[in-house]
Design a protein around this ligand. Structure first.
Ligand code: NAD
Ligand code: AKB
Length: 317
């Protein structure tokens, strides 16, 4: 069995992906890493854990050599809102971190999964049914690093034959680990506040449609793409994938079906509103469906039922 390294594994996606990888491939075959040491509060798989800053190429190489790693799920990054607040650090972590991972992958023959994002698009991109191949001129540091990352991964595949793969994730909704500072975080916060206070003040406007996906689908997307037949992949590093296109009102309405009297009001954060306005309303993910059989399981209502069920247990309500 090839061994797997996960970077950024204490984050929203990493914490759940690490568990799924352990279940699928065995705990002994997964090494989880993050710049932070894990604490008792972290939802993280019971497998080997190491502290790893992805801006340190020597440490990445040491871990890959030590554990004979053959696959890297590279999740360490700063998300859109944090990246706008700290653009220099975002460039360093998102770009130099990725470059370091790709260089180690080239040297040691690893495959690499790297998520891109709806953030890789910009104002001049067609916003409805955003095509797989289209204009990408993002005006955020997060978006710049995501487009450059997609291109860098393509380059490492063509030039060095590194098996690089990736998806453009939409906003990911989950109940285990809180999101790390993105524009779509409202779609997670709203569930917590609905259970705790029966009301939520949203930082994005009503009517802002964005693609979203429930965590189990996001995890399946990563694993299924990495297991897909390489010969069938045309768009290796930047597959549009989506499960639903929703705005805060639609999300609130689906929660209201279960929590009667739930209300939403609005206090707009201009930075995150500006970012959301530049992103697609809905993506066309037909390339992912055709090339590796992408198919989400959760729509809005199925997700809301599951989120509320698990969060009520977590929040003891
Ligand atoms: P997150 O912010 O929840 O987690 C990122 C993790 O990276 C954190 O645990 C953090 O401690 C770690 N980290 C930060 N700097 C590091 C460094 N220098 N070295 C090592 N680790 C470092 O992010 P996430 O939501 O889990 O996102 C994972 C990936 O998926 C990112 O590339 C992100 O852009 C992408 N993505 C996420 C979403 C989403 O909605 N969550 C959507 C689209 C794309
Ligand atoms: C963010 O909002 O930054 C992320 C993303 C969609 O990339 N959730």
């Amino acid at each position: 069995m090839n061994k797997i390294l996960v970077t950024g594994s204490l984050g929203q996606i990493g914490s759940e992906l690490a568990n799924a990888l352990c279940e699928r491939y065995g705990k002994g075959n997964v090494i989880v890493t993050d710049i932070r040491k894990k604490t008792g509060d972290d939802q993280i798989a019971d497998c080997e854990h190491a502290v790893l800053d992805v801006t340190d190429p020597t440490k990445i190489a040491d871990l890959v050599k030590k554990h004979d790693i053959k696959t890297i799920y590279h999740l360490a990054a700063l998300l859109s809102a944090v990246a706008e607040a700290k653009p220099q650090q975002a460039w360093n972590v998102n770009m130099n971190g990725l470059y370091n991972v790709l260089e180690v992958a080239r040297e040691f023959g690893c495959s690499v999964f790297t998520p891109s994002s709806i953030g890789a698009f910009g104002l001049s991109t067609p916003h409805d049914k955003t095509p797989q191949d289209t204009i990408q001129r993002p005006n955020t540091m997060y978006g710049v690093t995501k487009v450059a990352g997609e291109l860098l991964c393509d380059y490492y595949h063509k030039r060095f034959n590194v098996d690089t793969r990736g998806v453009r994730y939409p906003g990911i909704i989950s109940y285990k680990t809180l999101p790390g500072g993105g524009t779509t975080d409202y779609a997670v916060e709203i569930y917590y506040e609905a259970i705790k206070n029966k009301k939520y003040t949203c930082f994005l406007k009503a009517g802002v449609y964005l693609d979203m996906m429930y965590m189990p689908d996001a995890i399946n997307a990563a694993i299924n793409l990495m297991e897909a037949d390489s010969a069938k992949l045309i768009h290796r590093n930047a597959f549009n994938v989506t499960a639903m296109s929703i705005d805060p009102e639609l999300l609130a309405a689906s929660i209201r079906e279960h929590i009667h009297g739930f209300t939403i009001d609005y206090k707009i954060d201009p930075v995150r509103q500006g970012i959301a306005d530049s992103w697609p309303d809905s993506m066309d993910d037909s390339a992912a469906r055709e090339e590796w059989g992408w198919q989400p399981e959760y729509n809005l209502n199925k997700m809301t039922q599951d989120m509320l069920k698990h969060l009520k247990i977590k929040l003891q309500k």
